[in-house]
Design a protein around this ligand. Structure first.
Ligand SMILES: Cc1ncc(COP(=O)(O)O)c(C=O)c1O
Length: 401
């Protein structure tokens, strides 16, 4: 016993302050805890239940035999064919023409892209503004680079929309960037064009960067026409970095594939970090990306329709528990972020008790910033049967109103 605590102490001595101060994200912590509870109904992790589409899988099967180089490194920026397809996609979606050599970097997911960019721009003490509630891992990534996350508080009474009025108060000498996720994880809010344009104006006035992390723009349901991509603003192209991931829209989360559109000088700097950490995004995943972008992708709207049905279902089921949860209807992505009406100490305590007492796993809202406390996040990208099971158990646990 004594020996092992001595070992733990000396191991701790080796751990840097930045890493010691960081935590495993509560999303993963809850996923790990729920895996230990047999038969738990889990609404924790935002992994879509969809299988990677057959077109992509079949193309890879063939390429594995035909392409002699598929098991080798690529150059750090990624395969030229994929980067060219990305240029076309980006032009179709934003109307902005970028250069495959100067402005496109293929990454192993948006997490790796974001982490790379944060390493490029953050010196110790530099500040990055992000919404609160916001995506839990962004807070961690900033801290791991020695930066400071500055919370941009959003108000549930205002349906979680961006409060642009407070932005000037958050921008200081050390501000390097603002991170935007729309539709938002965890609230599902789609930020309006008007608000986003104003964010862009502040960025230009103060010469700061906007980092647009985009996993969910294909899931906007009936709000499609309200979705606005800031990367489509030509005047922002030198102040904006756009991250798109294949994880959700193409059901490729395990392939680890994404791309970054960025100004040329930043790309040159980012390549140093990317190469030092990863050399390149897995070749086989890049080939899968070529298959994804060179075939029709009607399955994305099929996914969206299925998710729309799951959203209706989870909202109906939440409506039957008004004494437990109150919520703002999510506009996009596949999360709902209800406020706790039932008695609770804090959202972590509520979530762990719900898991042990009702065998339902949700993510505590505190993982998404101070404003997230008093809420839980439910991911409805799971099959309908899982949503039904989770809510049947919660109805049995809390009773129906
Ligand atoms: C806002 C946000 N960014 C990034 C990611 C992860 O993306 P990737 O799988 O491309 O690393 C997620 C996944 O949940 C997310 O919600």
């Amino acid at each position: 016993m004594e020996k092992s605590s001595h070992r733990a102490e000396s191991e701790q001595r080796w751990v840097s302050r930045q890493v010691a101060g960081a935590q495993v994200s509560a999303i993963k912590q809850m996923a790990i805890l729920s895996a230990e509870v047999e038969g738990a109904a889990s609404l924790t992790w935002g992994v879509p239940s969809f299988r990677t589409p057959g077109l992509i899988r079949n193309s890879i099967k063939q390429k594995l035999d035909q392409d002699e180089d598929i098991g080798k490194y690529t150059l750090p920026a990624g395969l030229p064919e994929l980067r060219n397809l990305v240029v076309e996609k980006h032009y179709r979606e934003t109307g902005v023409k970028v250069d495959a050599n100067e402005n496109v970097l293929i990454t192993a997911g948006n997490m790796q892209g974001l982490s790379t960019l944060l390493h490029v721009i953050v010196d110790p003490g530099d500040e990055i503004i992000l919404t609160d509630p916001g995506f839990a891992s962004h807070f961690q990534q900033i801290a791991l680079c020695g930066g400071k996350a500055v919370a941009w508080p959003l108000d549930e009474q205002q349906d979680w929309q961006l409060d642009v009025e407070v932005l000037p108060d958050l921008i200081g000498e050390k501000t390097k960037a603002i991170i935007i996720v729309s539709p938002s994880n965890p609230t599902g809010k789609i930020f309006s064009q008007e608000q986003l344009i104003r964010v862009g104006e502040f960025a230009l006035q103060n010469n700061i960067l906007i980092l647009v992390d985009d996993p969910y723009s294909h899931f906007t349901y009936e709000n499609h026409s309200r979705y606005f991509n800031l990367a489509s603003v030509e005047s922002l192209r030198e102040n904006l970095v756009y991250f798109f991931t294949f994880s959700k829209a193409y059901a490729m989360s395990g392939w680890r594939l994404a791309y970054v559109i960025l100004p040329a000088e930043l790309k040159r700097q980012a390549l140093k970090v990317h190469d030092a950490n990863l050399i390149c995004t897995p070749h086989i995943s890049q080939v899968a990306g070529i298959a994804a972008l060179s075939h029709p992708s009607d399955y994305i709207s099929d996914f969206e329709q299925i998710l729309a049905r799951r959203r209706s279902l989870i909202c109906e089921r939440l409506d039957r528990l008004p004494h437990v949860f109150d919520y703002v209807k999510p506009e996009g992505a596949y999360y709902v972020f209800p406020r706790l009406v039932a008695e609770y100490n804090n959202s972590w305590d509520f979530s762990t008790r719900l898991l042990s007492e009702a065998r339902v796993a949700v993510t505590p809202g505190s993982a998404f910033g101070d404003r997230g406390e008093g809420h839980v996040r439910m991911a409805y990208c799971v099959p309908e049967a899982m949503i039904e099971l989770a809510f049947d158990r919660m109805e049995a646990h809390f009773g129906v109103a």
